[in-house]
Design a protein around this ligand. Structure first.
Ligand SMILES: [Zn+2]
Length: 246
């Protein structure tokens, strides 16, 4: 007889893919990284797991894991929903973005270090802090976690920390006035460099300290999105919605 193991995991649902009828494959990010499980009958209105198994819901999941390693949901307990009461277009756009980028970039078993960022970013958006700034901070930390964060501390060529006046996504970071003449270099205002540095360097505890202007944040989604696309081939549908917010 096949044996199965019972485990309980906590996490935030980042992808729900309907398989057949009312069943779904669920991906969630938790403190130990990305995990997935099969949820039977979740699409039925009568399902007792409906409240927990929704996009961006934070819940605890009791799973039955088969000897082959596949997990099936047996029970769940909702902890928190991150859907704001009044959803404005801006919040909706950033929530879809957080969901999409997490689902497309984080690999099974990975992303545990990003979990507190996802959790606190969702909480901050729910509490009404500027979603556009919060979304970019998450974007930056996801890139760092994936190993493609920008070097925003120095010139990537000579490691000088002064006279920084440009950046290159191809070189992976800031450039000084001696090394800003390459083809991929883009001159950047001190303000833009400062914002980028903040996005990559802000500690989790200061997440809500600053809100940038829309005119500053929206173009950065497109820029970072293009960079991500060039390195990973990932296309983010939610970026086109963010672009329209300007
Ligand atoms: Zn340099």
């Amino acid at each position: 007889m096949a044996t199965s193991e019972k485990i309980v995991k906590e996490g935030i649902v980042i992808r729900l893919s309907q398989t057949k009828e009312a069943d779904a494959m669920v991906n969630a990010l938790g403190p130990d990284g990305l995990f997935s499980f099969y949820a039977r009958g979740i699409g039925k209105l009568t399902s007792k797991n409906r409240a927990s198994v929704q996009a961006l819901s934070h819940a605890s999941f009791a799973l039955s894991v088969s000897s082959s390693g596949s997990a099936t949901l047996t029970e769940s307990k909702p902890i928190e929903s991150f859907l704001p009461k009044e959803q404005k277009l801006e919040q909706f756009a950033i929530l879809s973005f957080l969901e999409e980028i997490s689902a497309k970039i984080i690999q099974p078993g990975e992303g545990g270090e990003l979990y507190p960022w996802l959790h606190d970013c969702l909480k901050a958006i729910k509490e009404g802090f500027d979603p556009l700034t919060i979304g970019l901070i998450y974007f930056a930390h996801l890139m760092v976690d994936f190993g493609i964060g920008l070097d925003v501390d120095e010139c990537v060529v000579c490691h000088k920390k002064t006279a920084i006046n440009a950046l290159s996504y191809e070189e992976g970071g800031f450039l000084c006035n001696d090394h800003c003449h390459g083809e991929s270099a883009v001159m950047a205002s001190p303000r833009k460099l400062k914002i980028l540095r903040y996005l990559f360097r802000v500690p989790l505890t200061s997440l809500t300290r600053i809100a940038f202007e829309r005119g500053e944040t929206i173009p950065l989604y497109a820029e970072l999105g293009l960079y991500l696309h060039q390195l990973t081939g990932t296309n983010l549908k939610s970026l086109s919605v963010i672009e329209k917010l300007s």
